[in-house]
Design a protein around this ligand. Structure first.
Ligand SMILES: Cc1ncc(COP(=O)(O)O)c(C=O)c1O
Length: 431
């Protein structure tokens, strides 16, 4: 029996659906991976894949980067984790302070989801208002407070177990500055505004031109706390994220993935005035610290050691330039395949991403629900066909690139994409 199949059978007996993350679920079963190096990975049967998932966009330097692996191994032998203050967290925070324009202060967290939870708590505490405005389809992790609106075009409670009362505090808006201004005007309880800095799902739904500048101006006028979620864009769009690239500085920024060198963890960075609410030496309303935050593994030394190495490498900017060029080559290759096979589809994307829209040759003027609605048969056919040929995308119809992608790997992947699409056309899945 196929090793992945037998592992999946064991997994289903001890893990719900056999998975640790709902997006890893796959029928008839997921592929199980045992080894990864650079931009390649190998499954439990030894089959090799070109990887455009790169650890859910966390491994921009590629899998098992030798300098990060060495830094983590050395720290493992020296002091993996004691639950104390340590010099590496100071050095890591200083890196973020230099790289991110908004980072006057830094607080480390356990994940991207924890970062957005903490940033929202800070937004509420500073604004003294409970409601948050978030943009349709933007993703900010899986917690109760920002899950409403994560599925494009929906405002219903998206999961059992999420109280309606919590969802009532979340206002979902389209990425339209006039609509947002009207909502902010009409609802005095909104105090915080959350934006995925790329637009929804690392730019699969790009923000309108000037949107970040516009929302900064709106927040300034009305005194709202503006938070950019740069969990994916941070260190990927530029060494200082989208905010440094586009010159728009939020009040708070949420970070994870590349910012930890691809290791578990995250960070919130932002204005001293707001971040100092976390200072246990401060008292407000009789509370010290005014905003409470804990977390056993925040800034764990093993993670900090790898993260500092990643900051050293990523701060120069040439990794991002290379990754962007590889993504452009991938997009061009996919678009050439669409042209050759006469498929009405578009490969597009900012920075080191590539997204595919199967509904036509332009996404101009389309909303998130339309852009993200690829027929399930195409999504499944594409994913299965690519996996069969040894290519793995990040999710559904999106890819990310990184340092270890080479022109040869990109061209090889484009040929597998051509083979997959040809098979889908022959099978009648794609017109
Ligand atoms: C923009 C964004 N914010 C937050 C998160 C949540 O991060 P994590 O999966 O580390 O909890 C993600 C995860 O993909 C993300 O893409």
């Amino acid at each position: 029996m196929n090793t992945s199949q037998s592992l999946a059978e064991r997994a289903r007996l001890v893990m719900p659906g056999g998975v640790s993350h709902e997006l890893r679920y796959k029928t008839p079963h997921p592929v199980y991976f045992t080894r990864a190096k650079g931009a390649e990975k190998w499954d439990a049967n030894g089959k090799r894949y070109i990887d455009f998932k790169l650890g859910a966009a966390s491994q921009i330097l590629g899998h098992a980067h030798p300098e990060i692996a060495a830094a983590v191994a050395a720290q493992m032998g020296r002091m993996p984790y004691t639950g104390d203050c340590h010099p590496l967290e100071v050095e890591w925070a200083e890196w973020l302070n230099r790289l991110f324009p908004s980072a006057e202060r830094v607080r480390f967290t356990g994940s991207g989801t924890e970062s957005t939870m903490l940033a929202l708590r800070l937004g509420r505490a500073h604004s003294r208002r409970d409601k948050v405005l978030r943009i349709d389809g933007h993703f900010h992790g899986w917690h109760d407070m920002l899950i409403k609106g994560a599925k494009p075009g929906t405002t219903t409670v998206p999961s059992l177990g999420v109280p309606q009362a919590v969802c009532d505090l979340t206002v979902v808006a389209p990425p339209d500055l006039d609509a947002i201004a009207a909502l902010l005007d009409s609802d005095p309880q909104i105090g915080t505004v959350f934006v995925e800095a790329s637009g929804a799902n690392y730019g699969s739904v790009p923000l309108p031109e000037g949107f970040l500048q516009g929302i900064r101006a709106l927040a300034d006028q009305s005194g709202h706390v503006l938070i950019f979620d740069e969990v994916i864009t941070g260190l990927r769009w530029s060494p200082g994220g989208r905010q440094a690239r586009d010159g728009v500085v939020p009040d708070l920024t949420t970070l994870a993935k590349a910012v930890t060198g691809g290791l578990p963890g995250g960070a919130v960075v932002g204005k001293a005035e707001i971040m100092e609410l976390l200072n246990p030496g401060e008292t407000r309303d009789g509370l010290s610290p005014p905003v409470s935050h804990k977390g056993t593994f925040n800034a764990a030394p093993m993670v900090a050691a790898g993260a500092i190495k990643a900051m050293e490498i990523l701060s120069a900017g040439d990794v991002q330039t290379h990754a962007d060029a590889m993504a452009a080559r991938l997009r061009d290759g996919f678009n050439a395949v669409f042209g050759d096979l006469e498929v009405q589809a578009l490969a597009y994307g900012d920075s080191s991403t590539c997204h595919i829209y199967f509904g036509g040759t332009s996404i101009d003027g389309l909303d998130a629900a339309t852009i993200r609605k690829t027929p399930p048969a195409i999504v499944k056919g594409l994913r299965d066909g690519l996996l069969e040929r040894g290519v793995d995308f990040m999710s559904f119809t999106s890819c990310v690139t990184g340092l270890p992608h080479t022109p040869d790997l990109i061209d090889e992947a484009v040929e597998h994409f051509r083979g997959t699409l040809s098979a889908l056309i022959r099978g009648g899945v794609l017109q």
